[in-house]
Design a protein around this ligand. Structure first.
Ligand SMILES: Cc1cc2nc3c(=O)[nH]c(=O)nc-3n(C[C@H](O)[C@H](O)[C@H](O)COP(=O)(O)OP(=O)(O)OC[C@H]3O[C@@H](n4cnc5c(N)ncnc54)[C@H](O)[C@@H]3O)c2cc1C
Length: 410
């Protein structure tokens, strides 16, 4: 029977601890927080978008996204749903493929996985930040709260990423990995709000528009996402922004030129929009263009958009030329903002980068450099799209790692 240590009591560590213990391991899980699963509680706005029915490695990024493929096949949606049922958790599949607990409450997920680990016989040590890990004489030992915990044949690093430090996010897993000779891909906030370079965005703060965002990297269109765009005091947020943020943040990290084009009226094509504005102008020649535009977009945005287009907001419908109309229609559908930064790890859902996958066995999650050392979850250089993909990688890689921990070494 292996005696194993798991560092980190998040989604991945709990899955691994329960899996290893239920396969007969003596499993000790160390969690720095005063409770396990703190990040799970914050997921999906407290509802926990636990997985997605459309799992594919193409939903993931990293230096080698294909690394995720084996885990997604071995422990895909069907296997995961069966597993959840077996630990007393029923799921609710939405039409778009997102999956939530039937209770619609992230607390059900945290409780089910904590119970799975405990019922399987894992020992959970909360309030135990691990500060050092060593391997000597073929066995792992770790330091926590100025005590040494020794005699582990195998050890799993499931410490997550630097995202959301208020919930326990930190870089300790990367430091442990580097000490064991592993490479770490540079990390960056992902699924995160963006800072824009403008003198007026803050005046539109609080305005939400159902639009479309195009990401431009070095002025070339690189990605598009539809959904909410929310103006904030620092820049932009909303689902369509989060959806392009991974590539934006990664490009910023590489010092690329990053900008976005906002389409505030994706329901129109360019011509029909110009025709609509022209009709308004003709029918209401005495009204200002600012007032006319509020038939299409909110008053909080109209004057700023017009000024940015170089159009006097007070100009009357009767004075508007076709050239001005084209300018406005173009701005409404491709309003460019330079991106200067992300809103940082504190506000990010996940981190890009992490422990390099080239030195991890994708079938077992074991290090190819140090036998008995495993990695799972977000600490690895795999980051998913929004929609339950990140939690699923944590579950799937935790499941593989738990089985690996339980395998006899001889
Ligand atoms: C606000 C928010 C909302 C999100 N919503 C979703 C969603 O709806 N769907 C989705 O798929 N993903 C979502 N995510 C992402 C998802 O939560 C993570 O990808 C997932 O939790 C990663 O699991 P993990 O086990 O690898 O890491 P974590 O869940 O971060 O767990 C790591 C654990 O290790 C502990 N730890 C770290 N270092 C040490 C140490 N040295 N010693 C001891 N313990 C340590 C931490 O305290 C933490 O409990 C969201 C993230 C955030 C922040």
């Amino acid at each position: 029977m292996n005696k194993v240590a798991i560092i980190g009591g998040g989604a991945s560590g709990l899955m691994a601890a329960g899996t290893a213990a239920s396969s007969g391991c003596e499993a000790d899980l160390f969690e720095q927080n005063d409770r396990v699963g703190k990040k799970i509680l914050a997921t999906g706005n407290g509802r926990c978008n636990i997985t997605n029915t459309g799992l594919s490695f193409s939903a993931y990024s990293g230096r080698h996204p294909g690394f995720a493929a084996y885990g997604l096949k071995e422990f895909g949606f069907e296997q995961f749903e069966r597993f959840c049922r077996s630990i007393g958790l029923l799921l609710d599949v939405k039409d778009d493929g997102r999956v939530y607990p039937l209770s619609n409450d992230a607390r059900s997920v945290a409780a089910a996985f904590e119970s799975f680990a405990l019922d399987s016989g894992a020992r959970i040590h909360t309030g135990h930040p691990v500060t050092d890990i060593k391997k000597s004489g073929g066995l792992f030992e770790l330091s926590s709260n100025e005590k040494q915990f020794k005699g582990y044949q195998k050890l799993l690093i499931a410490t997550g990423s630097e995202a959301a430090p208020q919930l326990g996010g930190n870089d300790s897993g990367y430091r442990f990995a580097v000490n064991f000779g592993h490479g770490v891909e540079a990390t960056y906030p992902s699924l995160v709000q963006l800072h824009v370079d403008s003198s007026f965005h803050h005046k539109m703060a609080g305005t939400k528009i159902n639009g479309e965002t195009t990401l431009y990297l070095d002025r070339r269109s690189a990605a598009k996402a539809g959904g909410d765009i929310l103006f904030t005091s620092y820049g932009v947020s909303g689902f369509s922004i989060l959806d392009i943020s991974q590539r934006a943040s990664s490009a910023l990290k590489a010092s690329g030129h990053v900008s976005i084009g906002l389409n505030l009226l994706p329901g129109f094509n360019g011509q029909s929009l110009a025709a609509q504005i022209a009709r308004f102008a003709k029918d209401m020649p005495g009204r200002s263009i600012n007032t006319l535009l509020t038939g299409l977009i909110t008053i909080k945005v109209a004057p700023h958009l017009l000024k940015d287009a170089g159009v006097d907001p007070d100009i009357k419908g009767g004075q508007i030329t076709p050239k001005i109309i084209r300018k406005i229609a173009h701005k409404l559908q491709d309003w460019r903002f330079e991106i200067t930064d992300t809103h940082g790890f504190k506000h990010a859902e996940v981190s890009g980068g992490g422990v390099g996958t080239a030195q991890i066995n994708e079938k077992t999650m074991e290090s190819t450099l140090v036998s008995g050392l495993y990695f799972s979850g977000e600490v690895i250089d795999i980051v998913g799209k929004r929609g339950g993909y990140n939690l699923h990688f944590a579950w799937a890689s935790g499941r593989l790692a738990g089985k690996g921990l339980a395998e006899s070494q001889f």
